[in-house]
Design a protein around this ligand. Sequence first.
Ligand SMILES: Cc1ncc(COP(=O)(O)O)c(C=O)c1O
Length: 399
Amino acid sequence: MNNSNIPYGKQNITKEDIDAVIEALQSDHLTQGPRIIEFENQFASYIGSKYAVAVANGTAALHLSALVLGVQEGDKVITTPITFAASANCIRYCGGEVVFSDIDPETYLLDIEKVRTLLQKSPKGTYKGIIPVDFAGRAVNLEEFRNLADEYNLWLIEDACHAPGGYFTDSINTVQNCGNGNFADLAIFSFHPVKHIACGEGGMITTDNEILYKKLLALRTHGITKSDYEFSNSIEFACGQNPELNKYPGWYMEMQTLGFNYRITDFQAALGTSQLERAKEGLENRRKLALNYNTAFDNSIYIKGQSGVVEGHAYHLYIIEVENRLGLYNYLRENNVFAQIHYIPCHLMPYYKNFGWKEGDMPNAENYYKKCISLPMYPSLSYEEQNTVIDLIKRFYGF
Ligand SMILES: Cc1ncc(COP(=O)(O)O)c(C=O)c1O
């Protein structure tokens, strides 16, 4: 019998993290200070992208991404039903139409062949973009998605919330990190506490595209620019009198487009940078824990895992499919193990049912939902705790 609670995911805050936050709190900048740029630079170098833009959360990252890619009323965008609703909602924020396409039952990722069929069925130009999700931390093969997207002139947003540090290997055997900007136009990340890097709330957009990068910077902060070369009003207007020098005054800025306040604070960025220093270590722990689960459940007729090649998996979640999932979930809870379900298929959320989506539309996602359960997975999960979880599952199924 286990006495202390074991959640499915948990942040890992060290003394270094706390010191970094305190230092930020005692500095001159609680927000819009140097720690944000530092976090962005370090994150871009960890992921391997040219640019990174830190924002308030992953949902804001998705919203800004959809905006800078020009999503408008009625634009059709394809995504997976097995994701957190935010991956789809960003299209709705812009008035676009979300078109769900089913998952591959082995990888639980958006099935590229189903997307191809969907695209083939309509005239070119019907769809605007695709949002694949590195679900659970398993990297999508973005090279294949890029090729498909190029055939139909579509953009790609990689929802990499579950996969900082994850990767896939491309057709010439090169390792491609999730979010590295080589294939997707934009990639987004979340720094919610259960994710690999915790900021409390926080998000990041990575890209190799300078034009998109600049648009993101403006939209993150009300659509305001402070760059002289971008101003459209005259220097005379800006000065409010005849200028002494042919120069915009120091206070001048322009709001040129309708943006938002989607900024992250400096103390959250300080926490993010500090957490980033341990990201590799945390990822290694997650991979070791996943291996232990794999070994424990190997050959079990009761348990199916996210099978196939899992090299490069970032293991935000460790998911198995089981019979009598409700029974197992309750049994684990009775023993203080708080497993979770990821996800209730998005197309069957009442909001999306209003658009006509119904049961039977996505058979693979719906079958997956009946059986999936996410087991505890976080870097500080001890082997003793993990063994408690494994033993409980074995006892429940009697193997
Ligand atoms: C796949 C996915 N996309 C987007 C988000 C949204 O991120 P946030 O909670 O930081 O807004 C999440 C967060 O749970 C997520 O799991």
